[in-house]
Design a protein around this ligand. Structure first.
Ligand code: SF4
Ligand code: MG
Length: 334
């Protein structure tokens, strides 16, 4: 299907120019229209920084150093700030982990959604009111005519996230970026919000870039995914290929650490060791300190990217030319 967002060589830094920290390092991503694409990894891997780079919303100490971000062919990194503001919340919108920090506590939810509608459409007043109700219905907020006058503190966490989604939908986006949208919510509400995103996607043809540390979320939602580690993409795959045979040792550890469904409630997958700080001067593979399968070249030689099949690629020395060929042969036989 058609490529909606094509990210090539995206590299971003934080901090002053003399001691920059490379938080996103040569990231390539390709997201198709209407799909759910998951960016998976532990916290501190650069997932949020990748999303903020795409939206051009890095903190003031940050900047994109290199790469391109093409939304249906237009390189967002070359737009003026005014043009970018039109894209943001228009063709492309983002929701965050903590809805309360993005909502204005002293403004009714109806007014906040109305403001989002006005920003993108500038409609007549009666039309705005109708659109607000329409959006509240679309995200499953019960009794919108009453809820419209309520303030954020009167809403549950799940309802607040629905308000954020309604605001994000105000400009009819083609791509919704959702950064850990359910992490702060309890498990039942998490499932409801994920189901809502899926429904909206089916109804509107929206593509979703979902950021999560939770492999369970991947299984429930993703069409394809990318695994991020220490600022780099280390594996991309269709969800089916990934669950059948994760290729990168980091992906394999994440998979092994996935507890059973009932134990998983609210917990992070934990694997021994931790993500190296992005201030590290990396030489070889960034996963080497935690990898049980490390080979002689791993500490010194940077592993190069390898496409194993049309559905899966990996950055790891284990996938020598010979290993990659045997996988491709296996796939051809299915
Ligand atoms: Fe492990 Fe080496 Fe592969 Fe890195 S390149 S994940 S250290 S086997
Ligand atoms: Mg994050």
């Amino acid at each position: 299907s058609e490529v909606l967002l094509e990210v090539t060589g995206l590299t971003s830094e934080l901090g002053d120019a003399t001691h920059p920290v490379r938080v996103v390092d040569a990231v390539d991503l390709r997201i198709h229209r209407g799909e759910t694409f998951v960016l998976l990894g532990e916290s501190g891997c650069g997932k949020s920084m990748t999303a903020l780079s795409l939206m051009r919303l890095l903190p003031p100490s940050g900047r994109v150093r290199a790469g391109s971000v093409r939304l249906a062919g237009t390189d967002l990194l070359r737009l003026t700030e005014t043009e970018m503001r039109r894209v943001r919340g228009g063709r492309m919108a983002m929701i965050f982990q903590e809805p309360q920090t993005s909502l204005n506590p002293v403004m009714s939810v109806g007014d906040q959604i109305a403001e989002a509608v006005r920003r993108h459409e500038g409609r007549a007043r009666d039309r705005i009111a109708a659109r607000v109700i329409e959006l509240m219905n679309a995200v499953g907020i019960p009794d919108p005519a009453r809820r419209i006058a309520e303030y954020p503190h009167q809403l549950s966490g799940g309802m607040k996230q629905r308000v954020m989604i309604a605001m994000a939908l105000a400009g009819d986006p083609e791509l919704l970026i959702a950064d850990e949208p359910t992490t702060a919510l309890d498990v039942t509400i998490q499932a409801q919000v994920l189901r809502l995103l899926k429904e909206l996607q089916v109804k509107t043809g929206l593509a979703v870039l979902l950021i999560t540390h939770d492999l369970g979320v991947v299984a429930e939602t993703a069409d394809r995914l990318a695994v991020m580690y220490a600022g780099q993409i280390v594996e991309t795959a269709t969800t089916d290929a990934f669950f059948a045979a994760p290729a990168h040792p980091y992906s394999q550890r994440l998979m092994e650490s996935l507890p059973s469904a009932e134990k998983r409630q609210g917990r992070l997958a934990v694997i021994p060791g931790r993500v190296p700080p992005l201030t590290t001067a990396f030489h070889g593979c960034r996963f080497v300190d935690r990898c049980a399968r490390a080979l002689t070249p791993c500490p010194e030689q940077v592993p190069v990217w390898r496409d194993l099949t049309a559905d899966q690629g990996v950055r790891c020395h284990l996938w020598s030319a010979g290993a990659a060929e045997s996988i491709a042969r296996g796939a051809a036989q299915d």
